[in-house]
Design a protein around this ligand. Structure first.
Ligand code: ACO
Length: 312
C-alpha cells in the first residue's frame, strides 16, 4: 500500500463532502494515495512480498499476470515492468484487464495455464492506481477509490485437498456504459484532432443494483457446480467496493456478515487489488487456517464478474 493516508476529513477540506456521508453510504473512512509511485511500482512491491512468502526466487517464476485497468503505458505492459523490477527473467509476462474483477480473472487464467501443464507456477498481481483516473472534482466518485496492489504465487501440485478448486467468470458487455474510463482516442492526423481522454464515469446506483444481484448469483452457481454447501465455506472474500454491497450479498445468500471480512474502511475501493490485499492481511494476522474453504468474488466494469473456490 502507498504510505500516504487520506481520510474523509482530509477530503472534506478540499470538496463539499463529509466523513458522515462517505462512511454511512460506503463504509470507507480513509484511502491510501500514492504521490509518485506507478502501478508497476506498487505491483512490484507486492510481488516481492509474495515471492518472500512463497520461498521462491524470482528467476523460477514462469508466468506473470498483472490485473490492472490503470497501467502507466499502453505498452510495454505492466507485467513486463514488474518482470524487470524483480528480475524474473524466465517468465512470460502480460496484463489482463477486467477492472474490479481483474484479480479473479487473472487467477483463473493462471490456474488454467497450470492445469494445462503449459506453466508450473505463476505470479498473479492485482494493482491499480485509481487516483490518477478519478476526477477529483467529482465528489460522487472520487471519494470511493484508493491505490494499492496485492499478489499471490501459485504452483502446480498434485493435491486433491489444497489449492484452487474452480473458478467461474462472466461478462455482459451491453451493460458496460454504467462504469467507464476512456483511453486516449479520436487522435487522427487526417482530421488534426487532439486525443480525447476522460476520467472515470460511474452510474453508482446501476452499479449497485448489478453488484447486489450478480455476486450472490455467481457464488451460488460456483457452489452448485462444485457441490459445496455454503456452510462449508469459512470466508467469502468479496471485492471491496462498498460495505452495503457486501452486506446485501450476505443477506441474499442468507449467511452471517461475519463470514464476509472487510477492510474497505482503511483502503476504499482499490479495484483489481482489493481481494489480494484482503487475503494477505488475513493471512498475516493468522486468520486463515490450512483446510479452510474460501470463496473469492469480484465484480466490476465491463460489466464483469467472477468467483473462485479454493482450499487454503
Ligand atoms: N459527499 C456528499 N454528498 C454527495 C457526495 C459526497 N461525496 N457524492 C454525492 N453526493 C450527493 C449527491 O450530489 C446527491 O445530492 P442531491 O440529492 O442533492 O442531488 C446525494 O448525495 C445522493 O447522491 P446519490 O448518488 O443518489 O447517492 P447514493 O445514495 O446512490 O450513493 C454511491 C452513491 C455511494 C456511489 C452508491 O450509489 C453506491 O455505493 N454505488 C455502488 C457503486 C460502487 O460501489 N462502485 C464502486 C466502483 S465499481 C466497482 O468496484 C465494481
Amino acid at each position: 500500500m502507498p504510505e500516504k493516508r487520506v481520510t474523509n476529513d482530509d477530503l472534506a477540506k478540499i470538496m463539499d463532502t463529509s466523513d458522515e456521508w462517505i462512511r454511512s453510504r460506503t463504509g470507507i473512512g480513509e484511502r491510501r494515495i500514492t504521490e509518485e509511485k506507478t502501478t508497476a511500482n506498487l505491483a512490484a512491491g507486492a510481488a516481492r512480498k509474495a515471492l518472500d512468502d512463497s520461498g521462491m526466487e524470482a528467476c523460477e517464476i514462469e508466468l506473470i499476470l498483472v490485473a490492472t485497468s490503470t497501467p502507466e503505458y499502453y505498452f510495454p505492459n505492466t507485467a513486463c515492468e514488474v518482470q524487470a523490477a524483480i528480475g524474473a527473467e524466465n517468465a512470460a509476462a502480460f496484463d489482463l484487464s477486467a477492472a474490479c474483477s481483474g484479480f479473479i480473472f487473472a487467477l483463473n487464467t493462471a490456474h488454467a495455464f497450470l492445469q494445462s501443464g503449459m506453466y508450473r507456477n505463476a505470479l498473479v498481481i492485482g494493482a491499480d492506481v485509481m487516483s490518477k483516473v478519478v476526477d477529483w472534482k467529482d465528489r460522487s466518485t472520487c471519494v470511493l477509490f484508493g491505490d494499492g496492489a496485492g499478489a499471490v504465487v501459485i504452483r502446480s501440485e498434485d493435491s486433491e485437498k489444497e489449492g484452487i478448486r474452480q473458478g467461474i467468470m462472466g461478462s455482459e458487455g451491453k451493460g458496460g456504459e454504467v462504469l467507464t474510463c476512456r483511453a486516449r482516442s479520436n487522435a487522427n492526423f487526417l482530421t488534426g484532432k487532439e486525443p480525447d481522454t476522460d476520467y472515470l464515469y460511474m452510474n453508482g446506483q446501476e452499479v449497485f443494483k448489478f453488484a447486489v444481484k450478480k455476486v450472490p448469483e455467481c457464488i451460488t452457481r460456483l457452489l452448485e457446480e462444485t457441490k459445496t454447501e455454503k456452510e462449508e465455506i469459512t470466508y467469502f472474500l468479496l471485492h471491496q467496493a462498498n460495505y452495503r454491497i457486501i452486506e446485501a450479498a450476505a443477506k441474499r445468500l442468507k449467511l452471517p456478515i461475519e463470514k464476509f471480512p472487510m477492510n474497505i474502511e482503511h483502503y476504499g475501493n482499490t479495484s483489481g487489488a482489493s481481494i489480494p490485499i484482503l487475503l494477505d492481511e488475513m493471512n498475516r494476522r493468522g486468520e486463515l487456517k490450512r483446510g479452510d474453504k474460501l470463496v473469492l468474488a469480484g465484480f466490476g466494469a465491463g460489466l464483469t464478474w467472477g468467483a473462485m473456490l479454493l482450499t487454503w
